[in-house]
Design a protein around this ligand. Structure first.
Ligand code: GDP
Ligand code: MG
Length: 183
């Protein structure tokens, strides 16, 4: 059974861009307008010898502004429930917002391992926002640029380092699943 990684975060931080990069195909819609990902999307990804299923979230299109946060929250919680590992993404240029803090609480309460990703970190415009993101309490914000070539080269390395830190967790999980399957 494959490991599942869910990418969560508020609209427009670059979740679908990262998803596309991880699966190596343009499966998810990338758009300037917040919330344009129609449904939850899943694809198979690989970093080095680690294979995983990656889930892109949003599904907020046509949500009315009043119901937006409620739907975002419900969808995020459902996706987190399903995942083994959470990629929690913020926009480093914008810095952490109140919505990010809100989602961070949801993610933290799940007790699942979280990789905090500070996207849009190409150049220097994201550095102060990235540092502020320590306040989310999710550990070190890893700077990436899901979109730009320069950082796209550095990106697999950065995320792989984080995944390497999660290796023992992944091995435990795989052992437990193998045990369950052989029973
Ligand atoms: P989502 O709503 O979180 O899925 O975000 P999208 O992947 O649809 O991206 C939202 C916007 O951010 C699009 O205009 C992307 O081109 C842009 N974007 C994504 N990644 C980066 C990045 O690394 N740097 C910059 N500057 N823009 C990005
Ligand atoms: Mg999207």
């Amino acid at each position: 059974m494959s490991l599942s990684i869910v990418i969560v975060g508020r609209p427009n931080v670059g979740k679908s861009t990262l998803f596309n990069r991880l699966v190596g195909r343009r499966l998810a819609l990338v758009d300037d307008r917040p919330g344009v990902t129609r449904d939850r999307r899943e694809g198979e990804g690989r970093l080095g010898d680690i294979e995983f299923t990656v889930i892109d979230t949003a599904g907020l299109e046509q949500a009315s502004p009043e119901s937006l946060s409620g739907r975002m929250r419900a969808q995020t919680e459902a996706a987190i429930d399903q995942a083994d590992i959470i990629f929690f993404m913020i926009d480093a240029r914008a810095g952490p917002t109140p919505v990010d803090h809100d989602f961070a609480d949801v993610a933290r309460r799940s007790g699942k391992p979280i990789v905090l990703i500070a996207n849009k970190s190409e150049g220097t415009a994201g550095e102060s926002g990235r540092l502020e993101a320590y306040a989310l309490g999710l550990g070190e914000p890893i700077p990436i640029s899901a979109e730009h070539d320069e950082a796209a080269r550095a990106f697999p390395l950065l995320v792989r380092q984080e995944l390497a830190g999660l290796h023992s967790h992944i091995e435990n999980l795989q052992r437990r699943r193998a045990d369950a399957a052989s029973r």
